[in-house]
Design a protein around this ligand. Structure first.
Ligand code: CAA
Ligand code: NAD
Length: 291
């Protein structure tokens, strides 16, 4: 089962990166968005990233075929263009009902062999797999932000995932340049089960006034060697996405004390301060950098 043509649904923070690394891995990629502006913004991010990778390669005396990679990526506003993909990876808003509706549609639209994958941060893969009508051909492919630089992909199997489908998905992750680890379909898989409660505890610390955002971030960078502190990381991930993850978990697992929603997070989202992607969250941002 070899994956040559890949569909990506959503060209936001994650989708643009997934489309790009799939093309870097040699696949033909069609990336679907619901609106022209969102598609143009996502493709613009790909162009910027490819230019940066080419510049870095040249600095080291090597080369990087940015134009060749870009030529393998097509943007579309027509869902029908996904029909003949070998694999479709979903990277849309973190809302289970919206994802289930999408997979129910894709299940009817795509050829019977198409493998489906969700990049969800937190929802059960099995719930989307059932909605798609083809649970044996469904996996989680959880990439990390920024996709172009982070070296991991979690490959998630449910009780119904076909072994050959899992292996094809794992091989695709490796072709994208990632180290692939296998996970069961548990809340947050490996990374987010540890990372999101840590981010939430840091926000509760900020809410209590135990330390400033800057000091919490400096503490974790210098005290533990993390590349970013937890508050900056929440801005980087997106406050809306972080809130949706926690809300889903609190609803599904009300007795798990590690799953707590800081008020400060909900209030920032209500103010539409979503982090780096809107220019302000707990910090102010100019493009990709903290202002
Ligand atoms: N494409 C190409 N190049 C890129 C890029 C991209 N998308 N993003 C950054 N770069 C380039 C930068 O331009 C920079 O180039 P120069 O050296 O020429 O300036 C270089 O890569 C390094 O970037 P930075 O200067 O920003 O330097 P950094 O060393 O701080 O690395 C980082 C950035 C990799 C993001 C690092 O800060 C990091 O690892 N942060 C933690 C990220 C993390 O934890 N991600 C996981 C989030 S959780 C998640 O994803 C799961 C979920 O479900 C929520
Ligand atoms: P985002 O808000 O940056 O992008 C989502 C994109 O999906 C938007 O461009 C939006 O227009 C599009 N979209 C929404 N509904 C759609 C639909 N029905 N059909 C097609 N496109 C649609 O979000 P993101 O941060 O890229 O997150 C996407 C997914 O990846 C979520 O499930 C999230 O939990 C997961 N994820 C996020 C991160 C992160 O750090 N942000 C990391 C790993 C996984």
């Amino acid at each position: 089962m070899s994956i040559k043509k890949v569909g990506v649904v959503g060209c936001g923070l994650m989708g643009h990166g997934i489309a790009q690394v799939a093309a870097q891995g040699g696949c033909t990629v069609v990336v679907f968005e619901t609106a022209e502006a969102a598609l143009a913004a996502g493709l613009g991010r790909i162009d910027k990233s490819l230019a940066k990778l080419a510049e870095k390669a040249a600095e080291k005396g090597g080369s990087f075929d940015a134009a060749g990679v870009r030529a393998r990526i097509t943007g579309t506003l027509a869902k029908a263009d996904l029909a003949d993909c070998d694999l479709v990876v979903e990277a849309i808003v973190e809302n289970l009902d919206v994802k289930k509706t999408l997979f129910a549609e894709l299940g009817k639209l795509c050829k019977p062999e198409t493998i489906f994958a969700s990049n969800t941060s937190s929802f059960p893969i099995a719930a989307m797999a059932e909605a798609s009508g083809r649970p044996s051909r469904f996996v989680g492919l959880h990439f990390f932000n920024p996709v172009q630089l982070m070296k991991l992909v979690e490959v998630v199997r449910t009780d119904k995932t076909d072994a050959a489908v899992f292996e094809a998905a794992r091989a695709f992750g490796v072709a994208c340049g990632k180290t692939a680890i296998a996970c069961k379909d548990t809340p947050g898989f490996v990374v987010n089960r540890l990372l999101v409660p840590y981010m939430s505890q840091a926000l509760l610390m900020l809410e209590r006034g135990d330390a400033s955002a800057e000091d919490i971030d400096i503490a974790m960078k210098l005290g533990t060697g993390y590349p970013m502190g937890p508050i900056e990381l929440t801005d980087y991930v997106g406050l809306d996405t972080t809130l949706s993850i926690l809300e889903g978990w609190v609803k599904a697992h009300p007795n798990e004390p590690a799953f707590t929603i800081p008020k400060i997070l909900a209030s920032k989202v209500a103010e539409k301060k979503l982090g780096r992607k809107t220019g302000e969250g707990f910090y102010k941002w100019q493009g990709d950098k903290k202002a």
